[in-house]
Design a protein around this ligand. Sequence first.
Ligand SMILES: Cc1cc2nc3c(=O)[nH]c(=O)nc-3n(C[C@H](O)[C@H](O)[C@H](O)COP(=O)(O)OP(=O)(O)OC[C@H]3O[C@@H](n4cnc5c(N)ncnc54)[C@H](O)[C@@H]3O)c2cc1C
Length: 390
Amino acid sequence: MNDYDVAVVGAGPVGSSFARQMAQKGFKVGLIERKKEVGVPLQCAGLVGEKIRNTNLLPEEFIMNKVYGAYLYSPSGTMLSVAKGEPAAYVLDRVAYDKFLAEQAVEEGADLLLNHRVNRVDIENGEIYVKDHGKISADVIVGADGQGSFVSSHMNPPSKTVQAAQYLVDMGSNVFNSDYVQLHVDSKVSPGFLWVIPISESMARVGLFADSSYQNLNQILKDFISTDKQFKGASVVKKYQGFIPRHDQKKKILNGRTILLGDAASQVKPTTGGGLIIGFKCAKMAADVVSNALDVGDIGLLQNYPKNYMKEYKKELRMQLEVQKIFGSMTNEELDRMFMKLKKGGAESMISEYGDMDTQSTLIKEMIKNGLLLSILPGIILKGLFNLWK
Ligand SMILES: Cc1cc2nc3c(=O)[nH]c(=O)nc-3n(C[C@H](O)[C@H](O)[C@H](O)COP(=O)(O)OP(=O)(O)OC[C@H]3O[C@@H](n4cnc5c(N)ncnc54)[C@H](O)[C@@H]3O)c2cc1C
């Protein structure tokens, strides 16, 4: 008899959400976390689209701010203003939210084993080994252990990641619109970008991600804060850093009785690096498949997890990878020209109407249909985007 029906490695938001759903369904769940305390240190901007309401629990107390729109800036400062007229996204207290999600898993009956670092996995036999604690056996192992996933290293070559850096900034007495997030593009960081995410009327998370070293990112962030006049008199309260996995369509997310979930499975949006909503959706998908496989007693049914994931996400993620490639190849002059053309072509109202933080294909389709993309992208690139829907 195994110790658990399911052993989940990693009590991040995605692993905890999966563990809660499995425990709710009546399975014996072990949630194994290397840290002494869930959720620390903060490694997130905490911005999620309002769709989170359909994908996970979100009590109001974890929402620090509601944002209604975004200001998108080109390198030389052309600004597109897009808004929904109602909250389009929430800024979360990620540390408290991660703790809440882990507590919910425990409340449903999962065992949360803190200070348990998994340092060996036997994928075939469903055994994991924890430093100083020994062996834990389970019918199914779930690697939800984040971007540097140890479990994934038993199934895949090392994951590719991009570096992220973020400051908590006290904006002082500056006039600052806390209803809008800001995204700044620049070829120095693209296909990454800089963000200013207000968490209150006077505090913001200011950060960026790029395929570069932390030292470079830190320098870019310092330059941004010292030259952009909205930060005059502002002060940096805290600095954070982290890694974001590059979405990898070839990643194996199932091997025998082991599956990968969340950042460990590179389930992140290629354009923004956001992994919460897609991770939560995949946690639900995985919980449905794993519970069915355990109920029927047929581990072979775990095959449905990668199948369902591909069915739901393949096209959207491929399209985002294409968009990311296009952005990554553009110079600052090209980015500026593109923003000007978008502004003139009425993109602000179109993005406001069809833009969605999580599903960008709807907007791209609309822009192709209306001819706006034709005016800014060479036909050959457009053809590539168009082919994605075939
Ligand atoms: C700077 C930054 C900003 C971001 N901003 C956003 C954003 O605004 N919106 C958004 O949606 N996403 C954002 N993300 C991405 C988001 O944070 C991740 O997608 C999300 O945390 C993934 O959750 P997870 O549960 O899969 O992994 P994680 O949150 O990484 O959790 C993995 C857990 O596994 C544990 N673990 C690792 N190895 C072991 C081991 N060997 N044994 C036991 N436990 C282990 C870790 O300690 C950790 O608790 C951002 C990321 C960064 C770095």
